[in-house]
Design a binder for this molecule. Sequence first.
Ligand SMILES: [Zn+2]
Ligand SMILES: [Zn+2]
Length: 236
Amino acid sequence: MQKDRSAWLNVITTALFPATCLLCNHPGEHTRDLCYHCYQSLPKNTSCCIQCAQAFPIAYPTPMRCGRCQHNQPAFDYTCAPFLYQEPLRYLVTGLKFRKHFTHARLLGQLLAEHIHFTQARPEVLLPIPLHPSRYRARGFNQALEIARTVSKQLHIPLDLYSCTRKKNTSQQTQLSAQQRQQNLKNAFHVAHTFTAQHVAIIDDVMTTGATSHALALVLKKAGVQRVEVWVCARA
Ligand SMILES: [Zn+2]
Ligand SMILES: [Zn+2]
């Protein structure tokens, strides 16, 4: 009954609010707020490291790790980053983060969910990277959570919003080098003792150096999690 009702609700919503491309205002494709041509224009991250999704300059025939991951393995096991952090993907991400365009979150979530390939079993829960409470209050929302809501709905994997918290406010990350970021993120996250999932996927909008995901994955592994995946819309 619940399923019937949500199916009907979808039909009504689609009829009342037809999908419209957020990049050019032409009709969207299917239920996505993006037209075919704009979808084609998105910068795809097709050849990249299987662990951190760093783009390779050339395509390799077999899945590979980048030099950095071979030399210094991050705590997460796998990253899915279907796009590169370039225009027009960057416009969608910054529109959400800095201009509160929540329609962008839904589209980014749809795009991310469509590109998830389950290399192993499905994660038990999705963990949007938490913001520090003071940052959350200042911004009013968490962009990672807004994206994760759609991913959760599309892939039928529950969100876990309470087990993981950010204890340290690391707001000036962009100015720091990779090594400084790692130091800055030390003890930034806390995972509840009651956390029992063995396989989780961390969700974020963009991965820049991977230091934030690494810091959270480290805490999750210490809490007994066996496999940590990172799902982000774009790789910088
Ligand atoms: Zn378009
Ligand atoms: Zn790598």
